[in-house]
Each structure stands twice: as structure tokens, then as C-alpha cells.
Write a protein that binds this ligand. Structure first.
Ligand SMILES: *[C@@H]1O[C@H](CO)[C@@H](O)[C@H](O)[C@H]1NC(C)=O
Ligand SMILES: *[C@@H]1O[C@H](CO)[C@@H](O)[C@H](O)[C@H]1NC(C)=O
Ligand SMILES: *[C@@H]1O[C@H](CO)[C@@H](O)[C@H](O)[C@H]1NC(C)=O
Ligand SMILES: *[C@@H]1O[C@H](CO)[C@@H](O)[C@H](O)[C@H]1NC(C)=O
Ligand SMILES: *[C@@H]1O[C@H](CO)[C@@H](O)[C@H](O)[C@H]1NC(C)=O
Ligand SMILES: *[C@@H]1O[C@H](CO)[C@@H](O)[C@H](O)[C@H]1NC(C)=O
Ligand SMILES: *[C@@H]1O[C@H](CO)[C@@H](O)[C@H](O)[C@H]1NC(C)=O
Ligand SMILES: *[C@@H]1O[C@H](CO)[C@@H](O)[C@H](O)[C@H]1NC(C)=O
Length: 730
């Protein structure tokens, strides 16, 4: 149900550099292969070329909007939909300067607004600014809510970022917010906030509506309230690895609601406050908790499952429950916080260290959606170690595996597509990765950003990304804003003919993180189409096998992960160790559930499409129980040191007729078995009967955590279940 809609990407770098930013000066020869005359499409737009002055005085509103909206001879990006949702990629670049604007600037789908990281530009409202928002991140031609920056009308003073339209998003990363009334105002299903500092902001984060939020590495100083959930509510908040000083109240929550409803659950872990913070948690007018939760302990309010009991911890005194949480050394830095890194801009590189894959005459690469570019891309990667390899926007077909060697830094543009194609990926009995990040045991650097990994056809043998490599440092192997998309868009043979779930076996797996790998991911959406982004009529019923298969042992960090509509499972953590997931959002295949005639594991598990050893076979379900035979949201088996925060599994729709659910229309969420040190903080579902199955064998699973025991609020017509912590397999 989620779309890759327009996003505001704020890229920070505090370091000053003598030379110009390479990305601004490189040869920009991206094309848009799926639209008529797409060879002439302008991807890169420097606002100065559209008349912006950046002198702090001239009104640049019209010029910036022109840079965003300029289409081609057939029309503007602001009107009509002739480009589809995916046919109008753009990067709008702001060189250093102060851009004065007098009225709202509106972004469009498929657009990245990028500033010079070596000398950050400012976009500034003039004194006579008219309008509510400085920048609207939502394309009004597309469905969904508004995500806006900043909002002048709310509360006392300005709001930094507002999501007034019940947005559904994954991650806001690495922001600095100074002054104003509200730093971030949230009306969302879920979001992961990471690395955000608030200085002298009256209220740092105001949550008007959310099922859950993870707030990681927040730093509040000089405000009145850090996070306020009293104005509507957050069913579950995970605040981890954060600090506050010179702030009256760190978390302001409503007075505890009465049992058995377990809304407003709260988990604080490694939250350090100084003596100036009067209340760490305030419930109504009462202080429920003061002081810090040191690394190694979590303070929990809400429903808690331990290996011995299940109990509801009230917010009022005796407040909360303190439990030990021992994080393994592999996952944390020297302060005990989970490792995080900031998306690299590579601003320290100069032009001579950048290779444009389309400008290497001895290895011609086209990115035109027609040519198999695999061999030439491989040849370029092999000789470009320690350089930046830039992929101008395009669709690069890969007819065979491309191995990304240690020392690689791959940079896409407005979501450059790498698309598997051809017969080598068609045999489900012989899996083949499209991108292979190193060979098993390789140690080194491999970083990718701003790509879409996809398929050009139904390829039941394709694993889109296989990660084998580990780094010397956490983050050496990393993925930023890399998304997976199976079917549902132009530029693939699955655009109009993926309408039969029995045959549209789009891919085997989105990602496989193998035993030897260690990788770090920020903002990942692995989406198998349930609708058509580019307006083809008719239903889309894709059947990729699985989403993320995680067997990694050396440290894995997933921040802001969404995995949707895979047949067998969304995430399978199997015989893995040392895994941190900061937030996970998921939905099952929309064709599954009551009304379907195809019962999982079908269309997999036939002779030509056998299951993998770790795949669920659904033998615990009756043969034609449509509600039981739905892809599991999560499997965790035989694993240790697994830390999962804000796990959100939403079953909005059941069956090929896409009936909206207003009752439990999926039987089972997760299968947990044989784990050591599995810590789950925030297990939250919509319309799922059993949140967790446990057992001793594939036919003897029993529900141990249920919706009935953990009722949350109703959002629209959707019924949530909220569990603050599941700590049974410890
Ligand atoms: C290519 O685009 C430019 C500017 O966007 C336009 O002036 C020109 O007419 C276009 N050429 C073709 C062949 O469409
Ligand atoms: C939080 O921000 C303050 C003020 O900028 C700074 O002094 C402090 O070191 C920061 N704390 C952490 C843990 O980053
Ligand atoms: C505390 O925060 C206030 C703003 O709320 C600021 O004016 C004051 O300077 C801060 N004090 C310190 C010691 O930083
Ligand atoms: C439950 O886990 C705790 C550690 O959190 C351990 O001390 C205790 O022995 C366990 N109880 C059982 C019955 O396994
Ligand atoms: C670019 O950077 C490399 C590596 O730091 C350096 O050797 C080279 O001289 C630089 N080139 C220019 C033109 O600055
Ligand atoms: C879709 O159509 C293409 C031809 O355009 C064909 O090669 C492909 O097999 C079809 N895929 C499916 C899933 O029907
Ligand atoms: C889990 O471990 C048990 C015991 O070692 C083994 O029998 C079983 O096959 C493993 N399960 C998976 C899915 O690897
Ligand atoms: C799905 O079908 C089963 C069997 O007919 C029925 O018991 C169940 O209530 C249905 N679920 C929903 C949500 O309608």
C-alpha cells in the first residue's frame, strides 16, 4: 500500500572543504527511459540555472519552483500524469547561498532536494511570507498525506517538520533543529527518528497520532518538553540511546489508560539526563520516573512478556519495570549505544576520483532499459576500487550477477534502477544474485545509495541483493535509501502483465544477508507491487518468495525497514547473531487471505519452485485455511542477540477483491523458536489474531501472544494490538 512518494532528503556535513562538491560538477547524463523522448529528460537541475539568486534578498520562490516543475516539451511536472509516477526523476540542487522565499514551495514525486554538503545552503522565509508551509514534501497529484517543512501556524513559534496528513514513512535521519515551538510534529502510522538534535526548541517532538515511533540518538537541550504524546497519542514509543539537558520534562505522556487497553506504552533504554531535567517521564501532572536508564537496562511501561510471566506495568507509581538488556559488544560503540553512521556525501572526494559509468568508452554502459549492461558494469567496478562510481538516472538491465568488490562506493541518482533480466535468473532451483556484495569472507568497503533494485520479468531464481562482505568498521558495508520494487511500474515486462499471482513469481528474495556478512541499512523499502505506480489499469498480483533473509552473524543494523507483500514471509532471521532492527513496517500480500484460491506456500513449493530449508511450509495450518496461510511477518529461529524495536505489521486488506479488514483477518504474525537473547520492544499489529507463535516443530506451533490479550486503539476501522516488550527467549 505504500508508495515511494516524494521525499525530502536532508544531507548534512559539517566539515568544510576547499574544493567544490563533485556531484554538482560532474557530467549529468541521466535519462528517463520509460517516457517518450526520455533521452532528452533533465534529471539534474541546479536552481541557479532556473534563475535562483541565493543572495538572501531576491525572492527565489518562482525560480525554485520552476527547477522542480520543469518537465519536457509534453508538459510540466506539476500538471497531468503523462510521466507516470516513476518517469520524472529529478535532483534539484542548491549551491551554497541563502534562498529567500515568499510563499510555499511544493515538491514533486521522484524528486530529491539536495544542498551542497561542503557549504550548506539556507532556504529562508521572508518577513512577509504568506502560506502555512515553507516547503511541502507531498506531490498534490499523488494520494497520501502531506509532509511539510516548516509550519508557521502551529503552537507558539514555528514547527520544523510537520506531517499533517497521517503520513506513512520510515526514517528521518541526521537533522539539527534549533529554536521554534515544535521541532517535529507527527501524524504518522510509524516513523524511525535517528540522530536528531533539538536546541532551544520548546517541544522537540509532538506526536499527535502514531501507532509507534522509535527515537534513537535524540539530543534535547534548552527546551521545555523533549517528546510530548499527550495531544492525541502514540501507542508505543521507544526512546533509546538519547540524552537531555536543560529540559523540564523529557517525555510527557497522558495519565495511564485503564486495563486491559495498553496504549501509550513506553520503553526507555540508555537514556541519559542530567540533574537539570526535572522529570524523565511525566504522566499527567505526576512524575513517573526521574533520572537515567543506564546502558544495560530498559524501563518499560506497558504490557511485558517475560519467560516467566506476562504483566501490565502501570505508568503511575510503582512506575514501570526495569529489565536488564545486555547488548553484545559487536552491535555497540564505546558508550554502549548501537552503532550508527551518517550517510556519506563523499564531499572529501574530487572530480578525478569519480567514475561516471556512462562515460567509460572502453566499457560502454547504456542504462536505457534495453541493453544488458552487466558485463561492462562489472568491468568498470573491477577497475574503480576506492573511487566513487556514479550511476546517472536510468534503468540498467543486468543479465547476470554483478559482483561488487571490496573498495566500492556506488552512488545512484533519484533512485537509479538496477534491474535483473533474462534466462539466467529464471530457474528457481538454482538461485542467482543480481548484485553480490563481495564473496563469502571478503572484508572491505561497499557502500550504495539512492538505488532501486528491481526485476525486468518474472524471475523466480533471482535474489536481488546478496551481501557476503563485512567491514572493518560498522557501516563499511552499507545501504542508504536503497529500495526494492517488484513489478507495478513502467520499465519492466511486469508493468502490465503481472496480474496472476500463480505465474508472476517476480523474484525469489529481495535480500539475503549471509553468515559472513555485516551490513548497515538506512531507509529500505522492499515492495512487491500491490498496485500500479504508473497508472496501468488492472490489478497487480505479484508473488515474490521472501523479503529479507538474514543469516548474518557479524553485526547487522537495519534502521527504517519496510517489507511488503512477499508470499512466504517479510523478514526471516535464521541462525543469525547480532542483529539490530530499529523499526520494521510490513504488510502481507494483498491477494492472500479470505477469498483467495491460492494457499501459501503456493505458488512456491512446486517441483520447479522448491522451498528453501528455512522457508515456512505452513503445515501447521489446515490445507484451505486462507487466514492461516498468509505470509508470516517475521520468523526468528535458532538465533541469538537479536534486538527488534517498533515492529509494525499491518493487515489492512484481505483477498484478491481487496476487502478492507475491520476484524482480525490474518491468523499469525511471527514465529519465534529456539532463540537466545531475543529482545523485542514494541510488537504492534493491525488486524492480526496471534502476534507470536512458538513451538517445537513445524506442525506444533501454539499462539503465545494474542491480539485479545493486548488490545490497543482503533485507527479508522483498524484494530491494533500493542505489546511493549517480548522478552521470553532470553
Ligand atoms: C530537449 O529539451 C530541451 C529543453 O528541455 C528543449 O528545448 C528541446 O526542444 C528538447 N528537444 C527535443 C528533441 O525534444
Ligand atoms: C547534546 O547537545 C549538547 C549541546 O549541543 C552537547 O553539549 C552534548 O554533548 C550533546 N550530547 C550528546 C550525548 O551528544
Ligand atoms: C537553558 O535553556 C534556555 C532556553 O530554554 C536558554 O535560554 C538557557 O541559556 C539554557 N541554559 C543553559 C545553561 O544552557
Ligand atoms: C528467565 O530469565 C531470567 C533472566 O532474565 C533467568 O534468570 C531465569 O532463570 C529465567 N527463568 C526461566 C524459568 O527460564
Ligand atoms: C584529487 O584527490 C586525489 C586524492 O586525494 C589527489 O591525489 C589528487 O591530486 C586530487 N586531484 C585534484 C585535481 O585535486
Ligand atoms: C510479460 O510479458 C513479457 C513480454 O512482453 C513476457 O516475456 C513475460 O514472460 C511476461 N511475464 C509474465 C509474468 O507474464
Ligand atoms: C534449528 O536448530 C535445530 C537444532 O540444532 C535444527 O534441528 C533445526 O533444523 C534448525 N532450524 C533451522 C530453521 O535452521
Ligand atoms: C474468513 O473465513 C473464515 C472461514 O469462513 C471465517 O471464520 C472468518 O471469520 C473470516 N474472516 C474474516 C475477517 O471475515
Amino acid at each position: 500500500m505504500k508508495l515511494l512518494v516524494s521525499c525530502l532528503c536532508v544531507i548534512l556535513s559539517l566539515a568544510a572543504h576547499a574544493h567544490a562538491y563533485w556531484y554538482a560538477n560532474i557530467h549529468h547524463n541521466g535519462i528517463s527511459p520509460t517516457i517518450p523522448n526520455g533521452d532528452n529528460w533533465t534529471v539534474f537541475r541546479n536552481v541557479r540555472d532556473y534563475g535562483a539568486k541565493g543572495d538572501g534578498v531576491t525572492d527565489d520562490t518562482v525560480a525554485i519552483q520552476r527547477a522542480i516543475d520543469t518537465g519536457d516539451a509534453s508538459g510540466s511536472r506539476a500538471s497531468g500524469k503523462s510521466f507516470g509516477m516513476t518517469g520524472q526523476p529529478a535532483v534539484v540542487y542548491f549551491p551554497a547561498g541563502t534562498y529567500a522565499v515568499k510563499s510555499t514551495v511544493t515538491n514533486r514525486v521522484g524528486t530529491i532536494l539536495l544542498g551542497d554538503p561542503t557549504d550548506r545552503p539556507t532556504i529562508k522565509a521572508t518577513a512577509d511570507f504568506s502560506g502555512t508551509y515553507l516547503l511541502v514534501g507531498h506531490d498534490p497529484r499523488e494520494p497520501g498525506g502531506e509532509c511539510c517543512v516548516p509550519d508557521g501556524a502551529r503552537c507558539q513559534g514555528h514547527t520544523g517538520v510537520a506531517t499533517p496528513g497521517q503520513c506513512t514513512q520510515l526514517l528521518y535521519n541526521d537533522l539539527e533543529i534549533e529554536g521554534g515551538g515544535v521541532g517535529i510534529h507527527l501524524s504518522v502510522t510509524q516513523v524511525h527518528l535517528k540522530g536528531i538534535s533539538f536546541k532551544n526548541v520548546l517541544t522537540g517532538v509532538e506526536i499527535a497520532s502514531a501507532v509507534h515511533v522509535t527515537a534513537q540518538k535524540m539530543n534535547f537541550t534548552g527546551g521545555s518538553v523533549g517528546i510530548d504524546t499527550t495531544s492525541g497519542g502514540c501507542e508505543l514509543l521507544n526512546l533509546i540511546d538519547s540524552s537531555a539537558s536543560n529540559t523540564s520534562v523529557l517525555v510527557k505522556a497522558p495519565v495511564a489508560s485503564t486495563a486491559p487497553t495498553v496504549q501509550n506504552s513506553l520503553v526507555l533504554e540508555n537514556v541519559i539526563v542530567d540533574t537539570t531535567v526535572a522529570s524523565t517521564v511525566q504522566a499527567g501532572q505526576t512524575t513517573a520516573f526521574t533520572g537515567s536508564t543506564e546502558p544495560g537496562t530498559a524501563w518499560i511501561h506497558g504490557h511485558v512478556y517475560t519467560n516467566e510471566t506476562s504483566e501490565t506495568q502501570p505508568l503511575s507509581a510503582p512506575a514501570g519495570k526495569v529489565v536488564p538488556v545486555v547488548r553484545p559488544a559487536t552491535l555497540v560503540d564505546k558508550t554502549g549505544a548501537y552503532h550508527t553512521i551518517v550517510q556519506p556525501t563523499y564531499s572529501e572526494y574530487n572530480l578525478s576520483q569519480v567514475v561516471n559509468v556512462k562515460d567509460v568508452p572502453e566499457h560502454p554502459v547504456k542504462g536505457d532499459g534495453l541493453t544488458d549492461d552487466a558485463a561492462n558494469i562489472q568491468a568498470i567496478l573491477d577497475v574503480s576500487v576506492d573511487k566513487i562510481v556514479y550511476f546517472p538516472y536510468g534503468i540498467y538491465l543486468l543479465g547476470d550477477t554483478v559482483v561488487v568488490p571490496p573498495g566500492s562506493r556506488l552512488v545512484g541518482e533519484a533512485f537509479t534502477q538496477l534491474s535483473a533480466t533474462g534466462s539466467r535468473f529464471k530457474d528457481a532451483r538454482h538461485l542467482r544474485p543480481m548484485l553480490q556484495i563481495g564473496k563469502p569472507g571478503d572484508i572491505g568497503v561497499a557502500q550504495l545509495q539512492d538505488f532501486v533494485f528491481t526485476v525486468n520479468d518474472a524471475l523466480p531464481g533471482a535474489v536481488l541483493v546478496e551481501v557476503n562482505m563485512a567491514g572493518v568498521q560498522p557501516g563499511d558495508v552499507s545501504f542508504f535509501f536503497c529500495n526494492f520494487r517488484m513489478a507495478g511500474a513502467r520499465g519492466s515486462q511486469l508493468w502490465k502483465n503481472c496480474s496472476d499471482a500463480k505465474t508472476c513469481l517476480a523474484a525469489r528474495l529481495a535480500a539475503h544477508l549471509t553468515t559472513t556478512s555485516s551490513s548497515y541499512w538506512e531507509h529500505t523499502w522492499a515492495w512487491s507491487a500491490d498496485l500500479d505506480l504508473d497508472g496501468a489499469s488492472g490489478s497487480v498480483l505479484a508473488s515474490p518468495g521472501g523479503g529479507f533473509l538474514i543469516e548474518a552473524t557479524r553485526g547487522t543494523w537495519l534502521l527504517g525497514l519496510g517489507v511488503e507483500h512477499h508470499v512466504l514471509y517479510q523478514v526471516n532471521i535464521n541462525s543469525a547473531q547480532n542483529v539490530f532492527v530499529g523499526l520494521m513496517e510490513a504488510e502481507t500480500s494483498h491477494w492472500q487471505g479470505n477469498g483467495t484460491a491460492l494457499y501459501p506456500p503456493s505458488p512456491w513449493a512446486a517441483d520447479s519452485t522448491p522451498l528453501l530449508n528455512s522457508d515456512p511450509d505452513f503445515k501447521w495450518c489446515a490445507p484451505s485455511s486462507a487466514q492461516c496461510r498468509m505470509g508470516l511477518y517475521q520468523i526468528v529461529r535458532n538465533s541469538s542477540d537479536i534486538f527488534l524495536y517498533s515492529q509494525g505489521w499491518w493487515t489492512f486488506i484481505m483477498g484478491p477483491a481487496r476487502t478492507f479488514c475491520s476484524a482480525d483477518c490474518q491468523d499469525n504474525g511471527a514465529w519465534y523458536e529456539g532463540n537466545k537473547r531475543l529482545f523485542v520492544f514494541g510488537l504492534d499489529t493491525i488486524n492480526v489474531k496471534n502476534l507470536v507463535l512458538e513451538g517445537t516443530g513445524p506442525t506444533s506451533l501454539a499462539a503465545t501472544v494474542t491480539h485479545a490479550d493486548n488490545r490497543g486503539a482503533v485507527h479508522d476501522v483498524f484494530n491494533t494490538a500493542i505489546v511493549a516488550a517480548y522478552l521470553k527467549q532470553v
